[in-house]
Design a protein around this ligand. Sequence first.
Ligand SMILES: Nc1ncnc2c1ncn2[C@@H]1O[C@H](COP(=O)(O)OP(=O)(O)O)[C@@H](O)[C@H]1O
Ligand SMILES: [Mg+2]
Length: 277
Amino acid sequence: MTAALLQARNLGLSLPDMPNKPFFGAAPMKRILHDVSFTLDTGGTLGVIGESGSGKSTLARALTMLLPPQRGEVLFQGRNAGAFAAAELVAYRSQVQLVFQDPMSSLNPRRRVAAIVTQPLRALGKLAGADDAARQATQLLERVGLSAQLAGRYPHELSGGQRQRVGIARALALRPMALIADEVTSGLDVSAQARIVALLDELRRDNGLALIFISHDLSLVRSLCDQVLILRQGEVMEQGESAHVFAQPQHAYTRELLDAIPLPEPDPGWLERGVPA
Ligand SMILES: Nc1ncnc2c1ncn2[C@@H]1O[C@H](COP(=O)(O)OP(=O)(O)O)[C@@H](O)[C@H]1O
Ligand SMILES: [Mg+2]
């Protein structure tokens, strides 16, 4: 039995279009998201695909109420997140964690890795002292496949892939039910990308973590996600089971995206066979 964890119902969001603001008066509103609906099941995986500017990051912000949608609803376990009081919103955001694209800008350069990954626990008063902090840091690093020896390093002393793992470890600190990963593999080389995707798949399988994996890389989405949603200019072009959408794209736009994939053949078995370290 699966249950809906997170639902978007007819989400719509507009923002002021500053470049087109007249000298006098308010900026016109620009529609960023229009009528976006989906269901993410507990432990499910949803890939969000779309070219740059299609509204993927805005959707991530709308889902976590960083940019509350003006139309439609976000339901978390059936409850309207738009109506959450401040304390409920804190609890909601600890359950649905957002991991950003660029870890170099989202990790504090002056903090060591151990302090970074345990920061959410510290902020909520959930650390019982220095020993507990060190133990929790070690556990979090191990969960994302990093050596505990990295605990004393600073972000600039890590590789891009290691930094992205630190960002994921921090997102896992509060034991969320879902992770929204926004272009977390962008800027990494192909093998580091594959290893991050393998890590996310492992977290999903071992911990039942639900995933919204935002990417413009269809081959990564195809290997990781059961469900897929194709965004174009803030509207859903196509959505459904990945296997189905990828096998029989209904929309010319999806076919164009698929034709742009460099991989000649889908290889659904590669995750099971493991990725070279
Ligand atoms: N704060 C903002 N104010 C106005 N427009 C924005 C803002 N943030 C993003 N946009 C616009 O919204 C659209 C979608 O952006 P974004 O969600 O970042 O797309 P993606 O993540 O798919 O590249 C773009 O046209 C962008 O210019
Ligand atoms: Mg984006």
